[in-house]
Ligand binder design. Sequence first.
Ligand code: ATP
Ligand code: MG
Length: 542
Amino acid sequence: MEAKNFIEDIINEELSSGVVSEVHTRFPPEPNGYLHIGHAKSLCLNFGTAKKYNGKCNLFFDDTNPSKEKTEFVEAIKADIEWLGFKWHEIHYASDFFDDIFALAVKLIKEGKAYVCDLSAEQIRETRGTLTEPGKESPYRNRSVEENLALFEDMKNGKFADGEKVLRAKIDMASPNINMRDPVIYRVLHATHHRTGDKWCIYPMYDYAHPICDSMQGVTHSLCTLEFEDHRPLYNWVVENTGVSHKPRQIEFARLNITNTVMSKRYLKKLVDENIVSGWDDPRMPTLTGLRARGIPAQALKNFCEAVGVAKANSEIESGYLEHFVREHLNTHAERAMAVVNPIKVVIENYEGEENLEFDMKPQDENGPKRSITFSKEIYISAEDFSDNPPPKYFRLKPDGMVRLKNAYIIKCERVEYADNGAIDKLICSYIPESKSGSDTSGIKVKGTIQWVNANDSIDVSIKKYDYLLNDAEYAGQDFNERFNYDSVKEFSGKAEKYLGEVSDGESFQLLRIGYYKKGSADGKTVLHEITSLKDTYKPAK
Ligand code: ATP
Ligand code: MG
């Protein structure tokens, strides 16, 4: 099988040398928040790699930290994965393995490879040493096996307060890798776990529990982000020294980072807590639930992750790159419809009655569906499509100028009527009867075509445009707190074809000349939410 990244190179080698006979991955979220677009990359990688090799991918909840985890997050994570269309082989929770993890800790103690330590978290930090200096051995390091067993049992039975005692792996306080300097593998924590309740008051640490859980699930390739590279020796130490029979392998890959996009749970939470957004599912949020609310097609997100690929070095991807895939997908799949922003009334003096015109719902398909739209004497156009003081080369409507109405006629602006406050009240126009789209015999060439809606066959809508939540960085490393964009929603009044009021909420459209929008509603009124603009600003680096 041809490898498309370094992980597949590794797998191909292992398969051909017989080190592994199948591929089994897992996606390992901690249920302490909502998944974001960075997780989508890990999801695509874990599920994609398993699929490519006809293997399996589990959903594994890394729930070793009860104080921050909740069932609400477990359910949200499952819904997000289903939205992306991935099917897990099995679901497991670290907490399902707590008995095994505990038994293996007892085994380590019996073999003199773990000890109960009374040093406080701060003392452990102080004696850990630095990159250039070895750490100091704990005075409790040489407790007897019997004493360690008894103390560990007491830890389990709730005899100690939080932080009073920990279990540490006995590895090497002089190791050049600080993670190997007798890391803590169990801590006392009197907290109710969302699944095991109050059964436990000691919880295993991630670095110790994770390799065991991988092994117990039969995971062959434990894919994680680069910050765990320095933890790999500890991962391997746990696999070797607990003697688990199945031996998984950890491989690290680069995180996905995107410009103008907050990806850390801490800051995402801040946006929610400070009401800068309406919640985790606000359409501006880079959470999967937010992207879904925004109308980002799951397939576009997957195409993006695929195109970004898998690398060994961290980098930052331009936010425009995702939008490029969203646009590409919607351009193919979304129906067209018409709406106008900040409407101006146009009265066509020489038109009487009403007629039906044919509107191409999917001009991108050769034999795409059509529907009928109505045209009459009074229509609306967008304010930005008229100027009474036009700059040179202004090809939209202007006094004495002509423009084509999409799918309809050419009109000419005869005069402008102003309200008392000086604002434009309406445009008085005439139309060219021979200029009907599809059967134009007028011989008149106009440079501009604009969209419109029929005044008595349209609805009032609110049009919401979204900007990034983060302003551009002014200097490298600028704190997110200084970059929040407090002005990232703009709301406009508009008019839309009545059709947009009738379709289901959640449908996506290309609003001609405006952008890609998702239909929604609020307070009984139709709201059109921007998914992305029409213009592709992304220029792929060649
Ligand atoms: P955060 O830092 O946003 O809280 P996390 O790493 O703590 O994220 P987990 O729930 O532990 O979140 O992550 C589940 C999996 O998703 C892990 O394998 C993690 O490495 C991966 N992951 C998280 N963020 C990214 C990202 N930006 N790019 C790629 N993978 C990611
Ligand atoms: Mg994490």
